[in-house]
Design a protein around this ligand. Structure first.
Ligand code: ADP
Ligand code: ZN
Length: 616
């Protein structure tokens, strides 16, 4: 029996799983389809699990590993996080270890011998380990209860996190045909889903697809004006002192943004692949361990980060796909508390991304795939309907307007932009036909507005028939028109200078065969958020103001213990657990044991300290 005290084995599996949930994890009940998944794997079935970030995937293999005989082998690409994962399990009294390249010979030997003698419940492995014959031989010398393949989308070339080492995992069931396999991912388009099933040889596996909605996350996409200032505004007004992640496209902008935030009194750290590995590890560790830290990063950061209290994820550049965007934003609010996903997006993003696709390596099919991803992302940015409805539809899920995204809170208007589009497209057309010239958006807009800039005079553009025909819109509005025409592929960009050119479909607009519907930005997108915030908060653990002092005492105690043990604070207890303790003020150990998140091991280890802290 993997877990030493787990009953006599006469119970049906499901109730044994429930006991483990209560005793080890201290939780009352399973969430969503956790119970079905766990039941299926406990009885030896293969499973493919699609669940959003924060949905509770870990329990789906951890509990079967505790219930079934043998060691659960977890394949994960996240070497840097294995120590934290093992620490978190150890804190629960689960016997866990890992094998990866960061260990010395002696450390590895100890884990290997624990594995062989059946003294582990869970063993974490990097995928490249499974290519090494000695690892495979080791695994054959122990008893394996299951294989869990975490971040399973890494096997999919269609997706955005492809790792060649994952392809080798398809052979696991040839070597261990009787060991159940459970593959898990938070990435869930139909294409990725079927590619995972195909590549991992999970044809017979049962598929479990959870709802992808993350109701506590408020989605907002704002027009990009002064991005750094907009970001600072967001952090100061809505998330002061709170932890969050800011994503930037380039290493340079990561550095600049982090410096800017620090200069403005915000605790921020940079993270990108160009930093020294030690600096990266130190920054990640500070982000996980210290309260209220902001991580400014490229998308190299975040996979597998299971910090529960990330309150916001901000994107200063347009993500390359909806899948990537959803996964990155999903890192906010794993604890179910209200959180913000904010993206600033502008004309330059479209120009830049189209250029990156045009010049990307790989064949045409690859470029087309990138183009499809970008189009879906742009459609999300330009939608006049609920963002969440669009997002969930992208993952094949129907829903209705959410009331907790910017388009629901401050609905944008749509307007008939056909005439504006015609004016703009015919300016591009005339420059090409009459002058054999191509220009970027700036010059085209100056011509439309009839501005006699030096560049306009130099090229004699004030003599064009279209000069000054667009004064009904402001400069920023014209930029919005260009952006949306690019998004709708009625206009394209070319070359290093982002010059505008017509597409196959532009002519339909010029010939009045096609109407163009555009989105008008509401004046202030970010303001109407109060109602939604309080709405979300109601769902969180309600803590009366009188409990605040106790909550702070408990937090201080937790901080000191975490420091002493060198683990993140949330490994000891989550905020939600401390809030419930502060509210209920349990006077006995058994009363404390009923609080969600207080399992047997933590009760034994910390129970008395908590009662003492409350007694003051
Ligand atoms: P995922 O891996 O799907 O992103 P996790 O497994 O990290 O999600 O779970 C997210 C959070 O929810 C964790 O803090 C976890 O402890 C908590 N959780 C998971 N299942 C339950 C449950 N049945 N009851 C209460 N909390 C749960
Ligand atoms: Zn909505």
């Amino acid at each position: 029996m993997a877990y030493p005290e787990s009953g006599a084995g006469s119970e049906p599996e499901s109730s044994e799983a429930l006991q483990v949930l209560h005793r080890v994890f201290g939780y009352d009940s399973f969430r969503g389809n956790q119970a079905d998944i766990i039941d299926h794997v406990c009885t030896g079935g293969d499973a493919l699990v699609l669940m959003p970030t924060g949905g509770g995937k870990s329990l789906c293999y951890q509990i079967p590993a505790l219930v079934r005989e043998g060691v659960g082998v977890v394949v994960s690409p996240l070497i840097a996080l294995m120590q934290d994962q093992v620490d978190a399990l150890t804190a629960l009294g689960v016997r866990a270890g890992f094998l990866n390249s960061t260990q010395d010979f002696e450390q590895r030997r100890r884990v290997e011998s624990a594995f062989r003698s059946g003294e582990l419940d869970l063993l974490y492995l990097a995928p490249e380990r499974l290519k090494v014959e000695s690892t495979l031989r080791l695994l054959e010398n122990g008893k394996i209860s299951l294989f869990a393949i975490d971040e399973a989308h890494c096997v999919a070339q269609w997706g955005h996190d492809f790792r060649p080492d994952y392809l080798a995992l398809s052979t696991l069931h040839e070597r261990w045909p009787e060991v159940p396999r459970i593959a898990l991912t938070a990435t869930a388009t139909e294409a990725t889903h079927s590619e995972i099933a195909f590549r991992l040889n999970l044809g017979e596996a049962r598929h479990f697809v959870a709802s992808f909605d993350r109701p506590n996350i408020q989605y907002r996409i704002a027009p990009k004006n002064e991005p750094k200032k907009q970001l600072l505004d967001l952090l100061r007004t809505e998330h002061p002192g709170e932890a969050g992640i800011v994503y930037c496209l380039s290493r340079a902008s990561v550095e600049k943004t982090a410096d800017f935030l620090v200069d403005n009194g915000i605790q921020a750290l940079p993270y990108h692949a160009g930093l020294d590995a030690r600096v990266r590890a130190a920054n990640q560790s500070r982000f996980l361990r210290e309260d209220g830290m902001v991580m400014v990063a490229t998308i190299a950061f975040g996979m597998g980060i299971d910090k529960p209290d990330v309150r916001f994820v901000a994107h200063l550049d347009l993500p390359k796909s909806v899948e990537g965007y959803y996964q990155e934003t999903g890192r906010a609010g794993r604890d179910g508390q209200p959180s913000t996903a904010w993206l600033a997006y502008g004309l330059q993003d479209v120009v830049q991304q189209r250029k990156m696709i045009d010049t990307s390596e790989g064949d045409d099919a690859h470029r087309r795939r990138l183009g499809t991803h970008l189009d879906a992302m742009l459609a999300l940015c330009e939608t006049v309907t609920c963002r969440r409805v669009q997002l969930l539809a992208y993952f094949g899920q129907d829903s209705s307007a959410c009331g907790n995204c910017d388009t629901c809170l401050t609905p944008p208007e749509s307007w008939d932009g056909t005439i504006a589009a015609q004016k703009l497209l015919s300016t591009v057309f005339r420059l090409a036909e009459e002058r054999h010239q191509k220009f970027g958006a700036g010059q085209i807009i100056d011509i439309l507005l009839g501005k006699t800039t030096p560049k306009v005079s130099q090229h004699n553009h004030d003599s064009l028939k279209v000069f000054g025909i667009g004064t009904e819109l402001r400069d920023t509005e014209w930029r919005g028109v260009v952006r949306q025409l690019l998004a709708q592929r009625l206009l394209a960009v070319e070359g290093d200078y982002g010059t505008l050119v017509l597409t196959d479909t532009s002519a339909e607009v010029l010939r009045r065969e096609r109407e163009v519907l555009l989105r008008r930005e509401p004046e202030r997108t970010a303001r109407a958020t109060k109602t939604a915030k309080s709405r979300g908060k109601a769902a969180a653990v309600d803590m009366p103001a009188s409990a605040n002092a106790d909550f702070e005492l408990l937090r201080a105690w937790r901080g000191a213990s975490a420091k002493e043990q060198g683990v993140p604070a949330y490994v000891i207890f989550h905020d939600a657990t401390l809030r419930q303790i502060a509210t209920e003020r349990p006077a006995t150990l058994s009363a404390l044991g009923t609080v969600s998140g207080v399992g047997e091991n933590k009760l034994a280890k910390y129970g008395q300290q908590i009662l003492d802290t409350l007694a003051g």
